[in-house]
Design a binder for this molecule. Structure first.
Ligand code: NI
Length: 408
């Protein structure tokens, strides 16, 4: 593990290449913001991106439906950079002059910033490449449908976007971090959340003769209490596995044992491996707890996304890039979010990292993601371009020098 943080005084390298592009990028972002598109419907966004990339001589490849990839530079791929492009079915309440023109749809998760920042990375790298050829390729992935389950990342991967890619990096807006800073964390930065639905059926009957029935109210109660209990003993507590029930329904009379019953809840988990094993265990435990009561169990377990787990080296590359571009105090530690993020699928077989991009005006209002009133401090856009471009350049330098003697 190299130590990227002991370098001498950092010098920003990206800023001068970006400065005169920024007004155009801000305009691009405002246009996207005014024309948000839901998951897998990002046709206009995809067209706009292709147009802009082709205008500088790049050759984007459209993915099936929506989304695209584009390679910048030449030679082996040093890294991929991913930006998600979809909006949410939420009514915008910002009152901004460029607020959404599509009623009930808005970029309440900041994906307009992600898309434009990653476009900025492509444009800056292409400028550099035209001035003096880069000695590596950066693959830019504009991914559709992050806001769906299990997420558009899977369809991108099926279409081969990761072929030849050794690592991947991404960003996500964070309204709790001041603009000019980025949040990082080694290890899990988001969480997993699955939905579980259990339906029981059995012979009902009189409550005076439960032995002649399959007593499913009692069985439901056992499942409600004992599934969380078993998981708490069988899975490492540090993985934060928690099963919480939100619905339970059965019966209609105090003296009648019903023939059907239903319960549903969520399983959340902070750890990728534990998510996998706890999920399998959960299915077995539900069935085995119900088994002695003779009821029939129908279980529907919808797997969400695994946690995004940031690798050490890629996190260090982003941190070094952020300090060089934005200053020594540009990096803050970010807590693990309980939310899900489908960038996790890209990290299933690859090292990589996602950073949090500060979007809060210092001293200004606090917002949250997925809210109709979320306003981004637009200075975040330039910060995102600078940090991701600088990080990509570091990975190209790695290719040149080899990981052993890289002096990053
Ligand atoms: Ni998001």
């Amino acid at each position: 593990m190299r130590n990227y943080t002991t370098e001498t005084e950092p010098t920003p390298v990206v800023g001068p290449w970006l400065d005169d592009l920024l007004p155009e990028l801000i305009e691009f972002r405002r246009d996207l913001h005014a024309h948000p598109e839901l998951s897998f419907q990002e046709f206009r966004t995809t067209d706009k991106l292709c147009e802009r990339l082709e205008a500088v001589g790049l050759k984007p490849r459209r993915l099936e439906g929506t989304g695209l990839i584009v390679d910048v530079g030449q030679g082996p791929i040093a890294t991929a950079i991913r930006g998600d492009i979809d909006a949410l079915p939420i009514i915008e309440e910002t009152g901004l002059p460029f607020a959404s023109k599509i009623h009930g749809v808005t970029h309440a998760c900041g994906h307009d910033i992600h898309t434009t920042a990653v476009l900025g990375v492509a444009l800056v790298l292409q400028r550099m490449h035209q001035e003096e050829p880069l000695s590596g390729t950066v693959r830019i992935i504009f991914q559709p449908a992050e806001e769906t389950m299990p997420g558009g990342a899977l369809s991108c991967i099926e279409q081969g976007v990761l072929e030849g890619v050794p690592r991947i990096m991404a960003l996500h807006c964070d309204p709790r971090i001041n603009v000019g800073q980025v949040g990082t964390r080694i290890g899990a930065i988001t969480s997993a959340s699955d939905t579980i639905k259990v339906e029981l059926t059995g012979r009902g009957g009189h409550t005076s003769r439960p032995h002649l029935t399959e007593e499913l109210v009692f069985a439901l109660a056992q499942i409600a209490v004992n599934v969380p209990a078993v998981l708490s003993r069988r899975v490492d507590v540090r993985s934060g596995v928690s099963v919480v029930w939100g619905q339970i329904h059965a019966g209609s009379a105090p003296n009648a044992i019903p023939a059907t019953g239903f319960m549903a809840g969520t399983m959340r988990c902070l750890d990728r491996d534990a998510w996998q094993s706890a999920g399998d265990l959960l299915d077995d435990v539900v069935k085995e707890i119900a088994a002695p009561y003779g009821v029939t169990v129908h279980l529907e377990h919808v797997r969400g996304v695994p946690p995004v787990v940031n690798s050490e080296e890629e996190t260090a590359i982003i941190e070094a890039a952020a300090r060089a571009e934005l200053g020594r105090h540009a990096v803050v530690l970010t807590p693990q979010s309980m939310g899900g993020e489908d960038f996790a699928w890209f990290l299933a077989d690859l090292p990589g990292a996602m950073m949090r991009l500060g979007t809060r005006t210092p001293g200004g209002e606090e917002y949250d993601l997925h809210r109709g009133d979320y306003i981004v401090d637009e200075r975040a856009l330039g910060c995102g371009v600078r940090v991701l471009t600088a990080a990509a350049l570091r990975t190209i330098r790695d290719l040149d020098e080899g990981p052993e003697n890289a002096n990053i």
